[in-house]
Design a protein around this ligand. Structure first.
Ligand SMILES: Cc1cc2nc3c(=O)[nH]c(=O)nc-3n(C[C@H](O)[C@H](O)[C@H](O)COP(=O)(O)OP(=O)(O)OC[C@H]3O[C@@H](n4cnc5c(N)ncnc54)[C@H](O)[C@@H]3O)c2cc1C
Length: 384
């Protein structure tokens, strides 16, 4: 065992990949500690299926303690503070020193910043909320469902569109589609702007073909019982409301002075290193500018967290072992868009390509839906 300790903060997508790859490459050459407040890994890409009763909560979670048999030290505490100068992370129990730090704490939600959000809005951005929304979807007997996005950036830019298309299909199968009106609102100018206007207009066509009304460039200022109010005075009435909550970086990260004006941690796009040597940030908590892209920053998605964590873990292992090939992250990402009828569309691309992102769109088919099912199976088994 070497005397090096690599501390991974957050046992979500990025932290799970980073700790696995590190242990796999380093074995006894370093201590790999994973610090996560929850006992179980949860898989958000399955929440749209859970919302429709197609998955049970136990099918989208896995015990993080299983990682201990690989030699990963799982510590189930809340991160209280990160001291990069003294290379120490504190929980309420302990101070954990590190030689290398990988911050994969994701995003947290600031629902309180939109008055009325907590009281009236449903969402599927965490497991408990997804379970509550499923119950509301089952109870719903007809009327207007408003589906929207409160603020950008938010994780998985396709998810709210997927929610709208899947609910359309769900109520059609229940024989009550004619009793449901859908209103979709967003501060964005087009759907999923990070993948460009051509793909955005295809998603818009999907919504229109299902009779889902689309209201772009609307910023929510308040949610009242049965009414969403927007800057500019517009309102949308609803009987059931789904709204993506506002996102922000977790408190220990901002308090450590790691964030910049974006509210997220700036990193070197190829190495994911922060301004502090040996301190990396991957996934949703990081901000990566995309000056040649369709949006100023890379969207937040698990596929990026996965790729980035693999690169960081590889490069730390190369440094500790003194041999192997250093890798650069290339901005590769892909995403499914479930559209109902057992079909999914698929987008993939290189988001940091020059002179502009190279992004492919594949029309909905059963094959892509099957690929998403396999993707879920891979995540629930491969890393444990
Ligand atoms: C409904 C939905 C569908 C999605 N679908 C897709 C998809 O199809 N494809 C895709 O690529 N992405 C998808 N995403 C996005 C994806 O889940 C996230 O982008 C991804 O999980 C980010 O990984 P991460 O490691 O950065 O953060 P996370 O996976 O969120 O992990 C962060 C971890 O840090 C822990 N944590 C936070 N603060 C503390 C603290 N103070 N102390 C201890 N632990 C802490 C959290 O408990 C969490 O486990 C979806 C997201 C949602 C909500």
């Amino acid at each position: 065992m070497s005397d090096k300790t690599i501390l991974v903060l957050g046992g979500g997508v990025g932290g799970l990949v980073a700790s696995n790859v590190l242990k796999d490459k380093l074995g006894d050459l370093a201590r790999v500690k994973l610090l996560e407040r929850k006992k179980r890994f949860q898989f958000p890409p399955s929440y749209p299926w859970l919302m429709l009763g197609m998955r049970r909560p136990d099918q989208v979670q896995k015990d993080l303690s299983l990682l201990r048999k690989k030699g990963i030290e799982v510590v189930n505490y809340e991160v209280q503070s990160i001291d990069v100068e003294n290379r120490l992370v504190k929980t309420k129990e302990d101070g954990l020193p590190f030689d290398y730090l990988i911050i994969a704490l994701g995003a947290e939600y600031s629902s309180e910043s939109v008055p009325g959000f907590k009281e009236h809005a449903h969402h599927i951005y965490d497991l408990d909320s997804a379970i509550r929304f499923k119950e509301a979807v089952e109870r719903f007997e007809g009327g207007t469902i408003a589906i929207g996005i409160s603020r950008t950036p938010f994780k998985c830019p396709a998810a709210p569109y997927e929610v709208a298309l899947l609910l359309d299909d769900y109520y059609a199968k229940k024989g009550m589609r004619d009793k449901v009106k859908f209103e979709f609102f967003t501060p964005e100018g087009i759907p999923v702007p990070a993948v460009g206007p051509e793909i955005g207009s295809k998603v818009l066509e999907f919504l229109k073909s299902k009779g889902i009304n689309y209201h772009p460039k609307l910023k929510v200022i308040e949610i009242r019982e049965e009414e969403v109010r927007f800057e500019g005075g517009e309102t949308i009435s609803y009987d059931l409301l789904f709204c993506v909550p506002p996102h922000r970086a977790p408190r220990p990260v901002t308090e450590a002075g790691l964030t910049d004006g974006t509210g997220w941690i700036p990193v070197n796009p190829e190495t994911l290193e922060t301004k502090h040597k040996g301190v990396y940030a991957v996934g949703d908590v990081a901000s990566i500018p995309t000056p040649k892209g369709y949006m100023p920053f890379l969207p937040k998605a698990g596929v990026f967290a996965h790729g980035q964590a693999g690169v960081v873990a590889n490069n730390i292992a190369v440094e500790i072992k003194g041999r192997g090939k250093v890798r650069a992250w290339d901005g590769h990402g892909s995403c499914f868009l479930e559209v109902g009828h057992g079909e999914s569309a698929f987008v993939k691309g290189r988001f940091l390509a020059e002179p502009k992102p190279e992004i492919e769109f594949h029309m909905p088919s059963r094959i892509w839906h099957m690929q998403k099912v396999l993707f879920e199976k891979y995540w629930m088994h491969h890393w444990f």
